[in-house]
Design a protein around this ligand. Structure first.
Ligand code: AMP
Ligand code: GLY
Length: 424
C-alpha cells in the first residue's frame, strides 16, 4: 500500500516512523518532511498548503491513502479534493474542519450535541462583547473565532484584562481577520489533558490521553508555545474519566456532525479540562496534537496503517487497538528564542548518541540536511521520545538523550511530566 503523509513536524515524523513498521506498506512519501523523516519516507518538496499540488502528486503516484498531519490543508479542503478524485484520505472535510477553524462554530455544535463545556457568547460587535464581559464578571476567557497560530486566547483573571483583549483582538486586529468575531466563555478550573479518537464519519475509536506542556518555561511559566513536551498515559484520565469523555464529548459530536451533513472522518483531538464536576470540553482540533502524537505512536502496539484505512473507509466499528503499558514521554528541543524570534541553521550534533540511549527515539520537528549536516530550521526542532516502565524511567532516559546532544542553539524544559511525578 502506498501512503502519502502531509506535514513536516514532529507529529508527522512520529506518523511516518509508525507507518514504516507496517507490513502492508509498500511506499511512503512525506510532503514536505524533514531531515529525520527522510529516514522513514521519501520526502517530496510540496508545502502542506499547496493542496492542488498534493492532489496532483497523489494522482500521479497512485497513492492509496493520504494522511494529513496539520489543520491548514484540511481547512483548505485537501480531504474533499482527494475524496472527489477517488483517493482515500484520513482527515476531515473542510466543512468538518471548521470545528478547529471557527471556535464559534465549534461551540454551536457542542451546544447542539449537549456536550459539557463552558458557557459562551459569540460577538462581532465590540460594545456588546464588553457588555457581556461586564455582566458575567472575571475570570473569563476571550478567544478569536478564527485560527491565530494558537495565540488567540486570553484567559483573563480580571475585567480590565478581558476588556483589553477585546480591544486588541477586535479593535486593533492583532490577529487580523481571525478577530472579526470573538467567542467569550466561562473560565474552567481544573487539570487539562488532550484526548484523541479516530473517527470514520459514523463512529469513533478511542485512542489514549496525553498531557501537553504549553508554556515555554519550567513550572509552566512564560509565553504559550505549540507544546514543549508531553507524556502518556495522563494519570488524571482514569478509566472512568475516559469513558465519560467518549460518551459525552466524542460520540455525540460524531453523531451531531453526521446529522448536520458534515460527517467527521479523521482524528478528533478534544482538549479537555478535568474539573471538580467532571471532564469538560475546551476545544476540538481536527488533527493529532504535536507533540502528543509522538507519545501516542510510541505506545501504540497495533499496526496503524489498517486502522487509518478503516477510518478513511468508514469501517472503524469493531476495530480495537493494543497499547503498551509503558509510559512514553517526549521532551521538545527548541531553538533559542522560541516562541519569539529564533536563530536558524545552527548545526545539531550528537544525534546518533542520543538515539542510542535505551528506549529513546529521536524525532525531528524542524530540521534539514545541509552539506551533510543536520541543521535546525524551525522553532520546535527535535522531540526526544522515550519509553519506560514508569514516568521516572521514561523521563530519565529522555533527559539522558538530551544531554548526549551537542547543540548550542537549543534548549528544552527540564520538568516534563511534573504533574504525574507530583502525584507520587
Ligand atoms: P486553545 O487555543 O483554545 O487551546 O486555548 C489555549 C489554552 O487556554 C488552553 O490550552 C487552556 O489552557 C486555556 N483555556 C482555553 N479555554 C479555557 C477556558 N474556558 N477555561 C480555562 N482555560 C482555558
Ligand atoms: N500540542 C497541542 C496542539 O497540537 O495543539
Amino acid at each position: 500500500m502506498k501512503v502519502l503523509v502531509v506535514g513536516s513536524g514532529g507529529r508527522e515524523h512520529a506518523l511516518c516512523w509508525k507507518l514504516r513498521q507496517s507490513p502492508l506498506l509498500t511506499k511512503l512519501w512525506c510532503a514536505p518532511g524533514n531531515a529525520g523523516i527522510a529516514d522513514s519516507a521519501e520526502c517530496v518538496a510540496i508545502g502542506p498548503e499547496k493542496v492542488d499540488d498534493l492532489l496532483a502528486f497523489a494522482k500521479t503516484h497512485a497513492v492509496d491513502l493520504v494522511v494529513v498531519g496539520p489543520e491548514a490543508p484540511l481547512v483548505l479542503g485537501l480531504a474533499d479534493k482527494c475524496r472527489e478524485a477517488g483517493i482515500k484520505v484520513f482527515g476531515p472535510s473542510a466543512a468538518a474542519a471548521e470545528l478547529e477553524g471557527s471556535k464559534g462554530f465549534m461551540k454551536d455544535v457542542a451546544a447542539k450535541a449537549g456536550i459539557p463545556t463552558a458557557w459562551y457568547g459569540r460577538f462581532t460587535d465590540m460594545a456588546k462583547a464588553k457588555e457581556f464581559i461586564r455582566a458575567k464578571g472575571a475570570p473569563i476567557v476571550v478567544k478569536t473565532d478564527g485560527l491565530a497560530a494558537g495565540k488567540g486566547v486570553v484567559v483573563a483573571m480580571n475585567l480590565d484584562e478581558a476588556l483589553a483583549a477585546v480591544d486588541s483582538m477586535m479593535g486593533d486586529k492583532v490577529f487580523g481577520d481571525a478577530g472579526n468575531e470573538l467567542v467569550i466563555e466561562e473560565f474552567l478550573d481544573g487539570e487539562e489533558c488532550s484526548f484523541f479518537a479516530l473517527c470514520d464519519g459514523k463512529t469513533a475509536l478511542p485512542l489514549v490521553a496525553a498531557q501537553d506542556h504549553k508554556r515555554v518555561g519550567d513550572g509552566d511559566t512564560g509565553p504559550n508555545t505549540g507544546g514543549m513536551g508531553a507524556y502518556s498515559p495522563a494519570p488524571v484520565v482514569t478509566e472512568a474519566v475516559q469513558a465519560e469523555i467518549m460518551e459525552r464529548s466524542i460520540l455525540p459530536l460524531v453523531a451531531t456532525m453526521a446529522a448536520m451533513g458534515k460527517p467527521y472522518t479523521g482524528v478528533l483531538f478534544a482538549g479537555i479540562m478535568v474539573t471538580g464536576s467532571g471532564p469538560k470540553l475546551l476545544e476540538y482540533n481536527v488533527r493529532f496534537g504535536d507533540p502528543e502524537c509522538q507519545v501516542l505512536m510510541a505506545r501504540l502496539k497495533s499496526d496503524l496503517l489498517p486502522v487509518l484505512l478503516a477510518g478513511a473507509e468508514g469501517q472503524l466499528a469493531g476495530v480495537s487497538l493494543d497499547w503498551s503499558d509503558d509510559v512514553a514521554l517526549v521532551v521538545v528541543m527548541a531553538a533559542r528564542g522560541y516562541p519569539g524570534a529564533y536563530e536558524k541553521n545552527t548545526v545539531i550534533g550528537g544525534l546518533d548518541a542520543a538515539g542510542q540511549v535505551e528506549g529513546v527515539t529521536v524525532l525531528h520537528a524542524g530540521t534539514a540536511l545541509k552539506d551533510g549536516k543536520v541543521v535546525a530550521t524551525g522553532g520546535r526542532v527535535l522531540g526526544i521520545t522515550a519509553r519506560g516502565a514508569s514516568v521516572a524511567e521514561a523521563r530519565e532516559r529522555a533527559y539522558k538523550a538530551v544531554d548526549a546532544l551537542d547543540w548550542k542553539g537549543g534548549f528544552c524544559r527540564r520538568d516534563i511530566a511534573w504533574r504525574a511525578l507530583a502525584r507520587g
